[in-house]
Write a protein that binds this ligand. Sequence first.
Ligand code: GDP
Ligand code: MG
Length: 437
Amino acid sequence: NLSEKLERSFKLLKGEGKITEINVAETLKEVRKALLDADVNYKIAKNFTDEVKKLALGANVLNAVKPGQMMIKIVHDELAKLMGGTMTDIDLKGTPSVILVAGLQGSGKTTFSGKLANHLKSKKGRQPLLVACDVYRPAAVEQLKVLGASIGVPVFFEEGSTDPIAIAKAAVAHAKSKGYNVVIVDTAGRLAVDEAMMKEVTKIKDAIKPQEILFVVDSMTGQDAVNTAKEFNDRLDFSGVVLTKLDGDTRGGAALSIRSIVDKPIKFVSAGEKMESLDVFHPERMADRILGMGDIVSLVERAQEQFDTEEARKLHKKIAKNQFNFNDFLSQISQIKKMGNLKDLAGMIPGMNKMLKNVDIDDDAFKSIEAIIYSMTPAERENPELLNGSRRKRIASGSGTTIPEVNKLLKQFEETRKMMKMMTGGGKNIARMMGNM
Ligand code: GDP
Ligand code: MG
C-alpha cells in the first residue's frame, strides 16, 4: 500500500532531519500514482502533490519520526483538508425538514433513503417519513416499502400516480398534518444524465423547497462519478454528497475528486446493504482509506505530543550551550517510554532498530543504559567530564555491566553531544542521539 511505498522511498534517508527536494520528488511520484490508482482525477492529483511539495520542503521533521512517516502525515492531513477538513452535519432545520435525494439509477438512492431514515430515527430521535417518488418502476415503490417496514418508518406513496411533483407536495403536507419532522424524498434516476430526469427533479425541488438536496453517487464509478456530480450540481445546486458502495474495493478517490470539482461537502458514506451501514463522513478517515495506512498518523501524533513540549525547548537550549548531561538523557528515555509500547515505537526512531538489534524489544531495552546512568553520582551525571578510569570501574560494577560497556556509552554520549551542538536548530532529543549510535 501507499504508506509502505512511501517508507520505502525514504529508506536511504533514515536519520535525515529534513525532508529534501530529492526525496520529496521520489515520494510524490508514489503519492500521485496511488491517487490515480484510487481514481482521483489527474489534474487534482497533480495540484495536490504540488501543494504537498511546498509544505513538505518547509517542514521540520520531528526527530522521533522518520521523514517518510512525517511525509505520510503531511499527505494525510492535506488529503483531509481537501475533502473539507472537518465533518459537515446534515441540516435539519424546518418543520418538517425536507431532504431531497437525487442521483443516477442504481447509485443507491433508495437504499440510502432507508438508511438515512433509520439513522435519523435511531440516532437523532426524529420521526421521519419516506416518500416514494420513483413512479416509473413499480418495483421501486415496493422496494422502499420493504425498507420502511424493516426499520419501522412509514412510506408515503400514491398508488397509480405518474406525477412525482404532486406526490412530493402531498407528502410534505401529510407530514405537516401528522407531525413527522423529517421528510425524505426518494426520486427516480436514469442510467445517464438526461434532460427529462433533470427537469423532473428540478421541479420537485422548486415545489417542496428542501433544506437539503443530497446527491447520491456510487463510489465505484470512479471518474464518471465526478462528471455526474458536476452535471447534477450545475442543475440542482445540491447541498451535499453521499458516497455509496464504499464496501467494495474502491479506495474512495471519488471523494477527493468530487469535493475538488463541485466544492460541496460529502455528508454521508454508505458501505453495505444493511440499514445500519451508514456513516457520517469524516475527511480524516477517508484520508486513511485513500492512503491505505494503518495507524502511522496516530503514532506520529503521539510522538509530536511527547516531544513538542516545554521540556524539549529547555533541552534545546542546553544542547546549544553544550550542557546536555546524563540527567537529560534519562528524562529523554522516560519520555520515550511514556510514548507507549516500545515495540511500536522502536521502528519509528532512526537508529533504534540497529541499536536494539539483538534485544527482545520491550521496556527492558533501556535497562542497561539506565543502570549505568543510575550508578553515577549526581555530580557525575551533571558533569560527565568527571568520569575517569576508577569512576568508570565503580559504575560498571555498580550497574552490573562491564567497563567496555560503560566506555561505549560514554563515547556515544560524547559524540552525540558534539553532534547535537553542531546542529543547533535541529537536534533536540534522544531520537537524534540513538540515530547516531
Ligand atoms: P437507486 O436506483 O439509486 O435507488 O439504487 P438502489 O438503492 O436501488 O441500489 C442499487 C443496488 O445497489 C441495490 O442492489 C442495492 O442493494 C445496492 N446498494 C446500495 N447501496 C449500497 C452499498 O452501500 N453497498 C453495496 N454493496 N450495495 C449497495
Ligand atoms: Mg431507487
